[in-house]
Design a binder for this molecule. Structure first.
Ligand SMILES: NC(=O)c1ccc[n+]([C@@H]2O[C@H](COP(=O)([O-])OP(=O)(O)OC[C@H]3O[C@@H](n4cnc5c(N)ncnc54)[C@H](OP(=O)(O)O)[C@@H]3O)[C@@H](O)[C@H]2O)c1
Length: 349
């Protein structure tokens, strides 16, 4: 790895400290380098708060060094007045002569405009350092702009002979390590959804209990809106949304919103559009097979995370696992499970 890549890699690490905390904004990290050493660091910590570049600049006690420094940033600095002034102005104000950027901001308000402005002012700008990896730091942000919908992650566990379970029976395939990893993903993604059979058979809580950070907003696909009296999801932390085709006037539950949507071919598109409207840019689909297959058939997915256990399920009512076609981007053993991460070739994000 070149030195520039190492500094950008550090920007990614900083950006990821804000996992699950800055939606709908992108996660961004920045470092300030002087004589080959990092002397300042920062990342975007909360929506509306100072951006990574500003936090990195403010981490320096001696700002007089800035005209002799380079700034590295995981995403093109912003050019627009949002809740904070444009970062480009601060880079120019402090006369930082060199800017290294991993990825151009896909937001039309910026998209290359900051680079032009910096270059016009005589700043040396270098682009596309580890840019493929840079896009993966904020998949929800990129997806909301490029795919115009949240980033969708399909997640399921399958047996060695590719079954996800047995109808009407709660079957465990994953292990304590993969369970914890799933809770980490729940802390990182904004929303989670399950189909009605999974809700009834597994009675899941759907929150994050085994990792630091937030729980996702919990979506339940329940045509008639009626949940079992002992539904664990109603007792677990975080907001619940029931997607039903009945009027919200016909039923209600504590800390629960109802989205009344037609259960037709556009159901999933409408759910994704509602999530985007609420600023929720990523969705974890935790099953079952029917719901996941609907996402696959409509090509409304970006990534699949599949655990495969080391036992077969041989039962007449076993449920076949969804078939995922895409590019295998990672394959790791986690205890007795294999984790495979597959990227949808058609996903633009
Ligand atoms: N191994 C794993 O990772 C894993 C994960 C989750 C679940 N499971 C297992 O999987 C089983 C449940 O899976 P499943 O395939 O039977 O059911 P499911 O996907 O949980 O739920 C299916 C139901 O959800 C509704 N639904 C889902 N997608 C829809 C869409 N696009 N449009 C309209 N309605 C939709 C329909 O309900 P209505 O017919 O009521 O409208 C449908 O019958 C359980 O046994 C559970 O234990 C395994």
């Amino acid at each position: 790895m070149s030195q520039h890549q190492l500094f950008i890699q550090r920007c990614f690490e900083l950006a990821l400290l804000a996992n699950g905390k800055v939606t709908p904004n992108p996660k961004v990290g920045a470092v300030i380098v002087h004589n080959g050493k990092i002397i300042g660091e920062g990342y975007h910590r909360f929506p509306g708060g100072p951006h990574a570049e500003i936090n990195a600049i403010n981490s320096l006690t001696n700002k007089e060094l800035l005209p002799y420094c380079s700034i590295y940033v995981s995403l093109e600095p912003c050019n627009n007045f949002g809740k904070t002034p444009p970062c480009v102005e601060s880079i120019l104000k402090y006369k930082i002569p060199e800017v290294y950027i991993s990825v151009i901001d896909p937001n039309p308000l910026t998209m290359g405009k900051s680079v032009e402005k910096l270059k016009a002012a005589g700043v040396k700008v270098t682009l596309n350092i580890l840019s493929e990896k840079g896009k993966t730091v904020s998949p929800g942000f990129f997806s909301s702009i490029i795919n115009k919908r949240p980033y969708v992650v399909l997640k399921f566990a399958q047996s060695l002979n590719k079954k996800i379970g047995v109808a009407n029976t709660n079957v465990w395939i994953s292990n304590p390590y993969t369970k914890r990893l799933t809770h980490k993903w729940r802390s990182e993604l904004n929303a989670i959804i399950v189909g009605s059979n999974t809700l009834l058979v597994d009675n899941p809580m759907l929150n994050n209990r085994l990792y630091f950070g937030k729980s996702p907003v919990k979506l339940l696909l329940k045509r008639n809106g009626v949940l079992p009296k002992d539904a664990a999801v109603l007792r677990s932390a975080g907001k619940t949304i029931i997607v039903s085709d009945l009027s919200p006037k016909t039923f209600s539950y504590p800390n629960t919103d109802i989205w009344q949507l037609p259960f037709d071919d556009d159901l999933l598109k409408n759910i994704l559009a509602n999530l985007k409207k609420e600023g929720l840019n990523s969705l974890l689909v935790e099953g079952g097979a029917t719901l996941i297959n609907h996402f696959i058939q409509q090509d409304l997915w970006d990534e699949a995370r599949i655990f495969t256990g080391n036992h077969s399920i041989n039962h007449p009512d076993s449920i076949p696992a969804p078939t995922i076609e895409g590019t295998l981007i990672n394959s790791t053993n986690i205890g007795d499970n294999l984790l495979q991460v597959i990227k949808n070739k058609k996903s633009l994000a």
